[in-house]
Each structure stands twice: as structure tokens, then as C-alpha cells.
Design a protein around this ligand. Sequence first.
Ligand code: NAP
Length: 251
Amino acid sequence: MLDLFNLAGRTALVTGANTGLGQGIAIALAQAGADIVAAGRSPADETAAQVRALGRSFLDVRADLSTTAPVSDVVDAAVALNGRLDIVVNNAGIIRRADSLDVEEADWDAVIDTNLKSVFFLSQAAARHMAQHGGGKIVNIASLLSFQGGIRVPAYAASKSAVAGLTRALANEWAAQGINVNAIAPGYFDTNNTAALRADPVREPAILARIPAGRWGQPGDLAGAAVFLASRASDYVHGIVLPVDGGWLAR
Ligand code: NAP
């Protein structure tokens, strides 16, 4: 039974794997047996050391995903590691906080381009490879703001709501080619993304009080969901957005 979750011999591309949730996901996939290709704008040395300590290969590809320019090269580099690309985790993302009356166009574009446009075109480049090689797994990192509006983050909420729609749209088209497209919606996790919230004396306790599990998430809390959606265990799962949120949405 556990063999369904075994990723030995698979190559996984994770964007933004140098820190936070992407780092946790890369390590989880490596623990399940996958070789890891990290794509991001910062070196992923810490992740590399942890993945290699597990006996897995690790390739670090420099790519600024605020534009779609690098997506083809990223996929080509990932395929070159082992001659195959089985798993893509679209994790890299940014958030810009401002009252909606004050949001500037450059911030809107930066969030939408990184969180949505690059996710689509990297998925497209990967799926072109996967479709010719028996399929694959694409896992998008969505958000609670794929379901809710949030506060002072209109572009982020729009981008993550669109990621949920994109996940379903791509699942519909690519399921027949053996490509599973699904998403994880993390709740409130302890990463750089939420540093401002955790430092806010009003928002931090308000958020914590609403989480039934009674704590913020840690990157390792995504391990099970990530390995599930990257493995054969989810072969008949298409187009879902799986909350991993300590119960937030059930409240
Ligand atoms: P994080 O620590 O800020 O990590 C974000 C990652 O994305 C970093 O690796 C970052 O690289 C990378 N990135 C940002 N812009 C990039 C660009 N232009 N090109 C390449 N890489 C880029 O935050 P996180 O919480 O781990 O976020 C990971 C994902 O989870 C994001 O999509 C975020 O929206 C989502 N998420 C987070 C939470 C949460 O509570 N933390 C909740 C729901 C969803 P640098 O280190 O170089 O900036």
C-alpha cells in the first residue's frame, strides 16, 4: 500500500524551494524518494544540503518567475537532470499588502504575473513534456484566499482565486493525457509571506483564535498533502483544491 506514495525514480520541479513552504515540500518529496529541481531567484543551498543528505539528487536553477521568460529553460533544465520530469509544484508566490483604494498598478501586475501568469506558462511547458511521456503531476499552491477575500490583499486574493480556477481548467483538459492537476490551499503558515501578520498585535491573535488546531502551520504540515498529490496515490484525483489549514475553513 505505501508503495503508492513512493516517489523513487521521479524528478520533481519545485519553484521557490529555497525557503518556507517550497522548502518543506521539496524536502517532503525527497523523503518520498524524488530527485529535486529547485527553480527560484535566490540560491537554495539549505534545501540542497537537506535533499542531498537524504541521498537524492538536487539541481538549483536560477529563474525570476515574475516574467514568463525563463519557463522553457527551467523545464528543459529539469528534464536534463534525469531525462524526465514527473512532478511540478508551482509554489513561488508573492503578496503585497495595501488598502484597495491605494493599490498601485505595478504591485497589482507583480502579484498577478508571479502568482498566476507564470504558473500557467510553466505548467504549459511542463505539460507539453508530460503529455509525450506518459503523464505527470502538477500541484499548484493556492491559498485560503482561493475561497475567501482576505483583508488588504486584493491582487493576491484575485491571483489565488484564479489559481483555483486554473487548476480545474487544466485538470479538465489534461486528465485524459495522464496529467493530474491539483492544488493545495495552505492556511496560515509561519513563513516570510506572513511575517507582517505575525508581527501585527491585532491580526496575529485574531487569526490564531480562529484556527481550530490552535496553532499556525509549519512547512512540514504540507508534507502529506504534497506527497499524496505528487504520487500514484492520487492518480484518480483531478482538479481539487485541498485545504491544509488546521480547520480554518470549517469554522
Ligand atoms: P515565502 O517564504 O515568501 O516564499 C515564497 C517563495 O517564492 C520564495 O522562495 C521566493 O523566493 C519565491 N519567489 C517569489 N517571487 C519570485 C520570483 N519572481 N521568482 C522566483 N521565485 C520567487 O512564502 P511562503 O509562505 O513559503 O509562500 C509559498 C507559497 O505559498 C506562495 O505561493 C504563497 O502565496 C503560498 N501561501 C502561503 C501561505 C502562508 O501562510 N505562508 C498561505 C497560503 C498560501 P525569494 O526567497 O527569493 O523571495
